[in-house]
Unconditional design. Structure first.
Length: 140
């Protein structure tokens, strides 16, 4: 795979599908536009912003060390999430000054009632961590 961020099969394997509603939280200037566009291509729609108040299938949460409290943000991500939906946590890759330690992600997920599903490189600068709701099988 040359660039995971633009490979449709990569995102489908993580659980994205046509017709899903995806809410994006934590976007900033450093967010990967190719990654965002690839997800929009898979679901066939634009990403909803933080102010969207409908039910969503996926919450895409950009998070960097220093953004606040990851536990609170994981709990907040559940607000509009459908029963079988998932959170895609995007954190800077290892070696980046804003990288988030895997133990911190695990602790935040567990405290918020989520489970870490899979972790994958998502483009040149980001790691994608799929968080599933308690009661769901550990999905890839």
């Amino acid at each position: 795979m040359v660039n995971d961020a633009i490979d449709v099969a990569f995102w489908e394997k993580l659980g994205f599908a046509g017709g899903q509603i995806v809410q994006e939280i934590g976007w900033d200037e450093d967010s990967d536009d190719d990654l965002r566009a690839a997800i929009e291509d898979v679901v066939g729609a634009s990403l909803e912003d933080e102010d969207f108040d409908g039910v969503v299938d996926v919450v895409m949460l950009w998070w960097r060390d220093g953004d606040g409290d990851l536990i609170d943000d994981c709990v907040d991500a559940l607000t509009n999430l459908a029963d079988k939906g998932f959170v895609l946590l995007l954190v800077p890759k290892a070696g980046h000054p804003d990288h988030v330690d895997a133990a911190d992600i695990q602790e935040a997920a567990q405290t918020a009632g989520l489970k870490v599903g899979s972790t994958s490189k998502a483009g040149p600068e980001w790691i994608a961590v799929k968080l599933v709701q308690a009661g769901q099988s550990k999905q890839r």
